[in-house]
Ligand binder design. Structure first.
Ligand code: AMP
Ligand code: GLY
Length: 427
């Protein structure tokens, strides 16, 4: 099969790395890709959000399957355009991608389907939103309806903070039109877990669980990021809990979307809070997590390509992906300053030596090729150093051994990824 992966981050490197191992793959492209992806796929200079150019390329090359990495092209209608052109696509249509693209829509679908989640109310009027916050009190959560590059959520511990979030989102337009509408919802307390399901429009198949670290600093402190590291399996995600999330969250969501005439195809990523009252849905994403995807690909023992193709073809029924018993961890190396301002263009040394550590694969998240084969930093999150091991602790030790071989003073990482899982392993 000829496959085009859309995107150019660590998630897409991991997907390409896994797809490249498939015996049924004949050609793999990635648009736009990055310096690491060139090892396993041919990178094409088309932006991930240039839907017409992506579809034209896929058509011209006779691509059999388009695999969407990030959410933005899906929200822009990549899957619809592929379907229109007669090309199989792994990823939801624009209508179905609203499960991530509009928090209000997601909450409406989820509430109508009886899926356990935080109570909520949607607002387009700032005064009404403020009055609701005063009535409910804190802690309370304020979210922009639309996509805001992962920054549209305020978990407010007091009423003033929640009111300030409404001002920023609705009055000051800090997130542009994403904040024209806000969702105000119940604050949930517990441990978070990310669960993934592959969907073919009707069926949802379990596809792994992971935990990530969103804060930039050790001890889960400092500002939020796209994710500084992740590991799988996550001790909190027991088989019983995973089965409950599949039964009470994933399966009803896929049924509800089909019932609304917008069948969901692709990967559904549920951010779940494990509360004292059981698992409750925080959010859906319509893509693999980044960096969660890196650890899922490290642990998947099945061939990925036929599974993604089956999802795109509506034929997932009866498919059960197989997983390694090994644990996996990814530690993100980011450019100094991230998630604030950071410099681009520094040279990353020691990649070969780092990748030679037993069980380690270095996925590139934001890199570009420089003169003489140099690898240059080109993003905030730059590398995802991924390791397998018998335990999360062993995976962690290998990942940090690899990181210690890197020569890149312009970058940093958290030193405590997996602390929760390692504490559980030790207990
Ligand atoms: P999101 O952008 O929806 O992933 O939200 C970002 C983070 O905010 C989540 O990973 C949670 O840590 C937190 N969060 C979102 N919704 C809630 C909620 N209802 N209660 C508590 N924390 C939340
Ligand atoms: N790592 C969190 C996300 O991909 O949204």
């Amino acid at each position: 099969m000829k496959v085009l992966v859309v995107g150019g981050g660590g998630r897409e490197h991991a997907l390409c790395w896994k797809l490249a191992q498939s015996p049924i793959l004949t050609k793999l492209w990635c648009a736009p890709g990055n310096a690491g992806i060139t090892d396993v796929a041919e990178c094409v200079a088309i932006g991930a959000e240039d839907v017409p150019a992506l579809v034209a390329f896929a058509k011209a090359q006779g691509v059999d399957l388009v695999v969407a990495g990030p959410e933005a092209p899906l929200v822009l209608g990549l899957a619809d355009a592929c379907i229109e052109a007669g090309i199989k696509v792994f990823g939801p249509t624009r209508a179905a991608a609203a499960l991530e693209g509009s928090k209000g829509f997601m909450k409406d679908v989820v509430a109508a389907a009886g899926i356990p989640t935080a109570w909520y109310k949607r607002f387009t009027d700032a005064d009404a939103a403020r009055a609701f916050i005063r009535e409910k009190g804190a802690p309370i959560v304020v979210k922009t309806d639309g996509l805001a590059a992962g920054k549209g959520v305020t978990v407010a511990m007091n009423v003033e903070e929640a009111l300030a979030a409404v001002d920023a989102m609705m009055a000051d337009k800090a997130f542009g039109s994403a904040g024209d509408e806000v969702v105000i919802e119940e604050y949930l307390e517990g441990e978070e877990v990310s669960l993934f399901a592959l969907c073919d429009g009707r069926t949802a198949v379990y596809f792994g669980a992971a935990q990530d670290h969103k804060r930039v600093g050790d001890g889960d402190t400092g500002p939020n990021t796209g994710g500084m590291g992740a590991y799988s399996p996550a001790p909190v995600a027991t088989p019983a809990l995973e089965a409950e999330i599949m039964d009470r969250i994933m399966a009803p969501a896929v049924a509800a979307m089909a019932g609304r005439g917008m069948p969901y195809t692709g990967v559904l990523f549920a951010g779940v809070m494990v509360t004292a009252d059981g698992p409750k849905l925080l959010e859906f994403n319509v893509r693999f997590g980044d960096p969660e995807c890196q650890v899922l690909m490290a642990r998947l023992s099945s061939d990925l390509l036929p599974i993604l193709a089956a999802a795109a073809a509506g034929k997932l029924d009866g498919i059960t992906p197989a997983w390694s018993d090994q644990a996996a961890m990814v530690v993100v190396m980011a450019a100094n300053g991230y998630p604030g301002a950071y410099a681009k263009g520094s040279v990353i040394g020691g990649l070969g030596r780092a990748g030679a550590v037993d069980g380690v694969t270095v996925f590139h998240a934001g890199t570009t090729s420089g003169p003489g084969g140099a690898v240059l930093a080109a993003g905030g999150r730059v590398l995802g150093v991924t390791a397998s091991g018998a335990t999360v602790r062993e995976a962690r030790d290998r990942a940090y051994a690899a990181i210690d071989r890197l020569e890149w003073p312009e970058g940093f990482c958290r030193r405590d990824i997996g602390w929760r899982a390692i504490a559980a392993e030790t207990a």
